[in-house]
Design a protein around this ligand. Structure first.
Ligand SMILES: [Zn+2]
Length: 411
């Protein structure tokens, strides 16, 4: 099982390391932005001659919002008190390692603290797959936009490892990397230790694809299972990752059928159907950019240590690549043709525009490109053609699909 978080171009920030710069030490002495290794590394743990440090704030008062801006602190969201129970927070709490300014940003979000939306039925289950370890499956029919699950993350941490360390100038690049990984793991351990036992158990049950690259067991699980909340929690250059329990069991496909969004106000992810789904279908999320070529997607997925075997990645990929890389242009061209058609006198209109629009929709949907911002434009065009043809039932059905798309992708 491999989990992804980089499904949007602007979210493309690999886990990298930065160090806090010690006073009077030139920045160039530190490997800012150094990418961590994948695969196997020889040395793990801190190098000889390194003295440990530990200086982050352990928050005692959950309501405090006046922490220094760039200072990382451990906090629980929503606030947890000695008498807190799951009756107060049925979907639990998130342990967070965030800066003072991100905490303020969260608490100042309009409607922060609202209850997450809940589905009125259980529509999924997690069970073994023949070839992908565990996976999540639909247990009933789902329509595009249907809410499958609201889930609060187990843990939220920065995308970059940023331990507060002072590293001897004599250390090599490799030794600095070892120190950063070692110290960061200790920071993460504090987060995990703060979890309720059920959450801690769920966290350690998650897959870890980074067992030989120097990542500790916690960082490895975060790298394997983290979803980016990059556009939602952001502090200067410090973006964040969130790891959930159930969402971590969704496998990858370049033809996804679910979409997720993080809602800061309820501090939870919503998982929704991105197209209609049949009972017992496996739910898939795309770990890569769906509008890129098969070669590009393969490169993006390499970090997860598997090769995608979806229909768009196997066999002759030329047609699939063409549709994916030109989806916006194709839909835009289609819209122009539809508009020209509606301007024609009625007796000159044939059904060729309807047929070409439906063919294009079929191609787009086959490739699983429902997340494209152009998708609603295409279904709207089809609805308008049906209206012009006097077929109000089909017109309404495609209009309804446009609304469902908004629920799925713009919730
Ligand atoms: Zn694929």
């Amino acid at each position: 099982m491999k989990r992804g978080f980089l499904n949007r171009a602007k979210a493309k920030k690999a886990l990298s390391s930065t160090t806090r710069v010690v006073h009077n030490t030139p920045i160039d002495d530190y490997p800012r932005g150094t990418k961590f290794s994948y695969g196997k590394v020889a040395d793990a743990g801190p190098p000889e001659g390194y003295t440990e440090h530990q200086t982050f704030t352990k928050e005692m008062n959950a309501e405090r919002l006046d922490h220094p801006e760039g200072r990382l602190l451990y906090t629980t969201i929503p606030a947890q008190y000695s008498n807190s129970s799951y009756d107060d927070e049925p979907i639990g709490w998130s342990e967070c390692l965030i800066t003072g300014s991100v905490k303020r940003q969260i608490y100042e979000t309009p409607e922060f603290g609202r209850a997450p939306p809940q589905s009125d039925r259980v529509s999924f289950r997690i069970r073994p797959t023949p070839d992908m370890g565990l996976g999540m499956f639909a247990t009933c029919s789902l329509k595009m936009g249907d809410l499958i699950l609201s889930e609060r993350p187990l843990i939220v941490t920065p995308v970059v490892a940023r331990p507060d360390v002072q590293i001897p100038r004599s250390f090599t690049h490799e030794q600095i990397r070892q120190v950063i990984l070692f110290e960061w793991e200790k920071n993460l351990e504090i987060c995990v230790d703060r979890m309720f036992p059920e959450n801690r158990k769920a966290f350690y049950t998650l897959a870890n694809a980074h067992t030989e690259d120097g990542s500790g067991p916690i960082m490895g699980r975060i790298r394997t299972n983290g979803y980016g909340v990059i556009e939602k929690l952001y502090d200067k250059e410090l973006a964040h990752l969130a790891v959930c329990d159930k969402l971590s069991y969704i496998n990858h496909s370049c033809r996804p059928n679910v979409t997720q969004d993080f809602d800061v106000a309820s501090f939870s992810f919503q998982l929704r159907a991105s197209r209609d789904i049949k009972p017992d279908e496996q739910l898939f999320y795309s770990y890569c950019e769906v509008d890129s070529s098969a070669t590009d997607r393969k490169r993006q997925l390499a970090r997860y240590g598997f090769e995608c075997i979806c229909a768009s990645c196997s066999g002759d990929t030329a047609n699939s690549d063409y549709i994916r890389m030109n989806v916006d242009a194709l839909i835009s061209q289609n819209k122009i043709e539809c508009e020209a058609w509606t301007r024609k006198p009625r007796h000159l209109r044939d059904d060729s525009v309807l047929r070409s629009s439906l063919d294009l929709l079929s191609d787009v949907e086959n490739e699983g490109l429902h997340s494209s911002d152009s998708y609603p434009i295409l279904v709207r065009s089809i609805s308008e053609i049906y209206t012009q043809l006097g077929d109000m039932e089909d017109a309404k059905s495609y209009l309804h699909r446009q609304e469902a798309w908004k629920t799925a992708f713009k919730a």
